[in-house]
Write a protein that binds this ligand. Structure first.
Ligand SMILES: Nc1ncnc2c1ncn2[C@@H]1O[C@H](COP(=O)(O)OP(=O)(O)OP(=O)(O)O)[C@@H](O)[C@H]1O
Ligand SMILES: [Mg+2]
Length: 410
């Protein structure tokens, strides 16, 4: 055990919902299954965010306050510090490399630290911020493909680092919204990385896996291979796209379409009974009419089929289709639709699973078991790793394999 308990929150300001997961870390750290104890969860409707950028500080501040207060009320304790997610088209993922001469007989941690330092020493334009520098691959005396070069005899060490940068104004506006809500931001974290901490296992990342987080305005596509981040892309469609199709297809208001999708929607026409009926408003005000549930399912299925088809083509183009035994993991609020796993399985012809956060966590885990809480939960897990790193002197390697994967994130 190191230090006392510490509270922190993962906060995800999404385009439709703002979610917070409050966790306690501290006593019990030696028990891997209880590394993170969930104390509270909060969800608020997001205002003041467009295209994943804060466009109205006051409104976004209110959403942040509401989500965190909800989580604090449930936990009966204050959040302390906040790890917030950031995503959007302004994020840039690139790579950089560094070379150093090995100082002793064999490569040690200091050599790794030095080579990372060199690789991450890139010129960042004044309007961008460096979020992460993640070592991807090492080469030892010209031999590449080395995952952990420590202990190897060599004279020259090279490292390839994945560099994630974000637009400074986007970061600043998000920070302002959180700051004005009265919380201390410890770090901004690229959301898909946090999400993967909540819903992917180390084995899946090692085998090769696709993570598809279907949000409101966007979908994040992340591919891992050999334990490394391989591909990141933001696709400009999400749950809102599906809802808009229902608005057009059935001629009903947005709020009704959203309700209908959540409560009666299905992504699989075949799974819906032919005689199932729905009552919807219109066509004239004050009147209602009956439509078949199959029609609603058909609208949803068509759009998702098209969306998944685009992802399939992207994977095919990168020759990844046969290279991902971990299959596809669907998460994000948009993945809550009934029948979505079956539909994805048909399109991808790969194993598909629903990514529910909560595995390996302690406390009120049940409260986190909702795909729209994946990012906030992952952010809390990330925060716990960081708290550990700064809170005690134990070697990172002894913590967990997850931590191992992340050891040089920072
Ligand atoms: N039970 C449900 N069934 C179907 N769809 C749902 C359900 N719950 C939420 N959604 C959909 O999930 C979407 C929001 O997901 P999520 O909260 O993950 O997005 P976000 O983080 O706010 O947005 P983004 O990631 O794009 O910024 C909405 O479009 C909503 O309709
Ligand atoms: Mg989201």
């Amino acid at each position: 055990m190191i230090g006392g308990p510490r509270c922190l929150a993962g906060l995800d300001v999404g385009s439709t919902s703002t979610t917070a997961v409050l966790v306690e870390t501290g006593p019990g750290w030696d028990t891997p299954a209880e590394q993170v104890r969930v104390l509270g969860v909060g969800v608020a409707h997001t205002e003041g965010v467009r295209n994943r950028n804060v466009t109205h500080i006051e409104a976004a501040t209110e959403s942040v306050r509401e989500a965190l207060r909800d989580a604090e009320d449930m936990a009966g304790i204050e959040a302390g510090i906040v790890y917030a997610g950031i995503a959007g088209e302004h994020i840039d993922v690139g790579s950089s490399s560094g070379v150093v001469a090995v100082s002793g007989e064999e490569i040690d941690q200091r050599d790794l630290d030095r080579v990372h330092e060199v690789a991450r020493a890139i010129v960042i334009p004044p309007d961008r911020e460096l979020l992460h520098a993640i070592p991807q691959d090492y080469a030892v005396d010209g031999q590449s493909g080395i995952q952990d070069p420590r202990g190897m005899a060599a004279t020259r060490l090279e490292s390839e680092v994945c560099v994630v940068t974000a637009s400074s104004p986007a970061c600043q506006n998000l920070r302002k919204a959180i700051d004005r809500a009265g919380y201390r931001i410890e770090e901004l974290v690229f959301s898909p990385l946090a999400t993967s901490l909540a819903v992917l296992s180390d084995e899946e990342r090692q085998a090769g896996v696709v993570l598809l987080e279907i949000g409101g305005a966007a979908t994040e596509l992340t591919v891992y291979r050999d334990g490394r981040l391989y591909l990141v892309a933001t696709l400009p469609w999400g749950g809102v796209t599906v809802t808009n199709d229902i608005v057009k297809g059935l001629g009903i208001p947005l709020a009704d379409a959203e309700d209908l999708k959540r409560n009666r929607g299905s992504a699989s026409t075949g799974a819906v009974g032919e005689d199932e009926k729905l009552e919807i408003v219109g066509p004239t005000p004050g009147r209602t009419r009956e439509v078949s549930r199959e029609l609603l399912a058909h609208i949803i299925e068509q759009r998702l089929d098209e969306m998944f088809g685009l992802v399939y083509e992207a994977l095919e183009e990168k020759e990844l289709l046969g290279a991902l035994p971990g299959g596809v993991v669907l998460t994000g609020g948009g993945a809550s639709l009934e029948g979505i796993v079956d539909l994805a399985q048909t399109v991808f012809n790969m194993p598909v699973a629903l990514g529910q956060p909560g595995a390996g966590l302690g406390g009120v885990v049940e409260a986190t078991r909702d795909p729209r809480l994946s990012t906030a939960t992952g952010l809390a897990v990330y925060g716990q790793m960081r708290a550990r790193e700064t809170g005690g002197g134990m070697a990172l390697r002894t913590f967990s394999r997850l931590t191992d994967w992340l050891r040089d994130f920072f």
